[in-house]
Every structure is written in structure tokens, then in C-alpha cells.
Design a protein around this ligand. Sequence first.
Ligand code: DX5
Ligand code: ZN
Length: 224
Amino acid sequence: MARDIIIAPSILSADFAKLGEEVRAIDAAGCDWIHVDVMDGHFVPNITIGPQVVAALRPHSKKIFDVHLMIAPADAYLEAFATAGADIITVHAEAGPHFDRSLQLIRALGKKAGVAINPSTPENVISYVLDRVDLILVMTVNPGFGGQSFIAAMADKIRRVRQMIGTRPIHLEIDGGATPETAKIAAAAGANVLVAGSAVFAGGRYQANIAAIRAAAAGAIAER
Ligand code: DX5
Ligand code: ZN
């Protein structure tokens, strides 16, 4: 089944001094979604932005805001991100003991629910929430920073998660170290959503960078 590739630039690699302008620029450059990395300095060793910034960015693009919560606990903030304009809210399976409840909360807020798993987390942690999610995010780096290298061992996990998804309408997203080269690996293994930060914002050539990642992934799927 040919899956359309979705490119979701991570604004973590954008110029934080002009985030609104950057969101408009990647929108115009042909991205499909906008990946917003929220970090609390507790779940991950970095701090970024909160719901107020998401709300401030919302008017700058009509494209899907794919909000990746690297925060723990997450439940207390889900409504704020939903109100701020998130379309997809992804929580980490590692962020607390009750992420089934978190996923139910996200859907009750009228948003798409995503679950993210870190590189060392086995994929079977999501076995009992497959009917609660619209997106599974396989981290291909340890969360917290852009510009890291794709962890090659994750290709196997992507394949296994794609098998777990079966015919369910669930997006398989990878996040971290995506380049045209690693996009081929991830897409061939079954990912259909590619988050890319540094590879999109490199050199200010947003349109060309997005197109290169998309072409590489599409080519890998065509070769399967
Ligand atoms: C890392 C974030 C990723 C990161 C991707 O914790 O979740 O979205 O910004 O950046 P690159 O593509 O540069 O690895
Ligand atoms: Zn992310």
C-alpha cells in the first residue's frame, strides 16, 4: 500500500527570535505538518516553549500542529495545548504510569492522540493502546535536542510497529536525525510521517530541503 509521505519540520531548529515568520516560511516551503517540540527540563534535559507560544503561532499557519510533549507529568497541560490550537497531541509512554488515560483525555478534548516511545523503550509498551491512538511516534534519537544522529537500530522497531498497526488508520512518525539518507531507511521500514529539524532548516533552503527528504522517502517506498 503506497502511503503518502508527510513531512513535519520541527521548529526546534528554527530561529526562536522569529518563530512566527519561520512557521509561515516552512508552510510556504511545502511542509505538510508543523512539529512543535515542547520540553520541560524534567522529562528531557532541555526547556523550550509552552501553550502560550503555540497559541501565538496558531494564526501563522493553517497546517496541522503536531505537538510533541516531552513533559512529565503531561495530563495537567493537555487542555491548555488543545485550547492553544494543537491538532495532534503526543505524549510519551515513559512520562507517567497512566498514558492510556492521557490518550483518552486528548481524544475527549477533540484532538488526535499520539504516543511517543524513546529509543530504549520496547514497542510492546503500546500493545494495549492501539485503539486509543491516531499516531505512534518512534523516537530515532534520545529526546531533548536537534542535530543528533539517527539511531540505526530503530529501523527494526519501525518495522515491528508498522506490523502492530496492521490496517488501523494510525500514522507512524519518526523523529530525530531525519535526512534524505535516513528518510529512505525509515520510509522503507514503514514510517509515513517524517519529522525533520536541522535537515529542513539547514542553510535556509527550506523548500529544497523538504523536497529532498520527501523524494528520498517516496523513492524508498517505490523500491519496496
Ligand atoms: C528531539 C525532538 C526532535 C528534534 C528533531 O527531542 O523531538 O523533533 O527537534 O531535530 P533533528 O531533525 O535535527 O534531529
Ligand atoms: Zn519532536
